[in-house]
Design a binder for this molecule. Sequence first.
Ligand SMILES: [Cu+2]
Length: 124
Amino acid sequence: MLLSIGIVKRFLVSLFFVIISTTGVWGHVFPVRSDPKVGSGSKESPASVRIWFDGPLESVFSEMKLFDAEGNRIDQGKGKAVSNDPTLLSLPLQQLGAGLYRVRWTVVAKDGHRSEGDFSFRIK
Ligand SMILES: [Cu+2]
């Protein structure tokens, strides 16, 4: 019984921190969806990687990079916010061979706050 109360307490404490950290970052922008989708696999090389965010990006400070399975950067530095849709970050791609690829993005919201993340997709 003592043990289970301890577990419940620990759960509540971690839940508390999740709520605090979530409310603490309001005003940041976060990804809503991407194409290719996070963790997806496809037989075709996509023409671009696109990530849609829940708010407008500060284009000068927002970027996206692509890495191969060995961690080598393989994009041409064109991963930028799209001028006619400021919630969209886009990286045009050359033809990709089969393999695992990792996307890393860094965006700055209009409030000046930065968020970043990464995800992978696979070409079969
Ligand atoms: Cu913010």
